[in-house]
Design a protein around this ligand. Structure first.
Ligand code: C2E
Ligand code: CA
Ligand code: CA
Ligand code: CA
Length: 279
């Protein structure tokens, strides 16, 4: 039995070693991709419930196509970037790229009202974040109202003074914050009065259960009511069916996002999306 144990320990450490190596090579490749600026952004339409052919905005979602590994999911490379200390570089790149794209769309006459950007909690540990965001916008001739900054509860999980200072500066400069994945955390409600939030993104877990679960419906009704009385916009995420759309519309959810309206698309496909809908 003792040697069995030793054997399984050896297998275990071989597996750990393999994973550590895989991790290290992913990390090196990500570092290189950032240096070469070879990541891209896709954009997912967010539409008005009252007029689903009209954009409320688009959400920028990072994509990494590795020459040999293919598409690496953002859930994976964002985590690596955070652990490897590369997230600030990634955030600055995606801000610059999203602003450049929004300015280009507008210059070409495409009516894109704003772009939503996902900010990792770690980015807020950088003392200069608020100023760097303001600079990125200015460089492309945009105003704070042209972007929506999506954050999750994780931003507040270790709320250091530097995080709160960044949030305060952004708020005072007129930036709008959107609370992503709303309803999935431990204390989503408590952040509504602790942070200057102007938009809630109802997590797709609720949306996808709307037609089958009375609990999901009751919770969604409450979220819509709280948001309404606090003057916040609600964006329902992950809307895939007409049944979900109709229910959300009937219950006063103002904005929807999901495969029913459009997947995350490369920029030129957003132009085609708009072209196909302008009468
Ligand atoms: P998220 O911010 O909650 O983004 C929504 C995710 O849901 C996206 O996955 C999107 O493709 C997917 N989605 C949208 N509509 C539907 C639908 O109707 N059905 C289903 N099943 N899925 C839908 P994606 O692009 O793989 O991104 C995953 C997560 O990675 C994001 O979740 C976000 O947390 C993170 N992420 C992506 N891009 C960035 C980035 O640029 N910066 C940071 N910090 N995080 C990012
Ligand atoms: Ca998001
Ligand atoms: Ca989300
Ligand atoms: Ca998420």
């Amino acid at each position: 039995a003792k040697s069995d144990h030793r054997h399984s320990l050896q297998l275990f450490s071989a597996e750990m070693n393999r994973r550590a190596q895989e991790r290290a090579s992913l990390e090196r490749a990500l570092q290189q991709a950032l240096a070469e600026r070879s990541l891209t952004l896709h954009y997912q339409p967010q539409v008005l419930s009252s007029s689903p052919d009209t954009l409320h905005g688009v959400e920028a979602l990072a994509r990494w196509h590795h020459p040999t590994w293919g598409m690496v999911p953002p859930s994976q490379f964002i985590a690596i970037a955070e652990e490897a200390g590369l997230i600030h570089t990634l955030t600055l790149w995606l801000l610059d790229e999203a602003c450049r794209q929004l300015a280009a769309w507008r210059a070409a006459g495409h009516p894109v009202p704003c772009v939503a950007i996902n900010l990792s909690g770690r980015s807020f540990h950088q003392p200069g974040l608020a100023q760097e965001i303001a600079d990125a916008l200015k460089q492309h001739g945009l105003r704070p109202g042209d972007v929506l900054l999506e954050i999750t509860e994780s931003v507040m999980m270790d709320a250091r003074p530097v995080t709160l200072a960044n949030i305060d500066t952004l708020h005072r400069q007129g930036f709008k914050l959107s609370l992503d994945d709303f309803g999935t955390g431990y204390s989503s409600l408590s952040y509504l009065h602790r942070l200057p939030i102007s938009e809630l993104k109802l997590d797709m877990a609720f949306v996808q259960d709307l037609t089958t679960s009375a609990t999901a419906r009751a919770l969604t009704v409450s979220v819509l009511s709280i948001a309404h009385s606090l003057g916040m916009v609600v964006v329902a995420e992950g809307v895939e069916t007409v049944g979900q759309q109709q229910w959300l519309q009937a219950h006063g959810c103002p904005v929807m996002q999901g495969y029913l309206f459009g997947k995350p698309l490369p920029p030129e496909d957003i132009e085609a999306w708009l072209g196909a809908r302008s009468a």
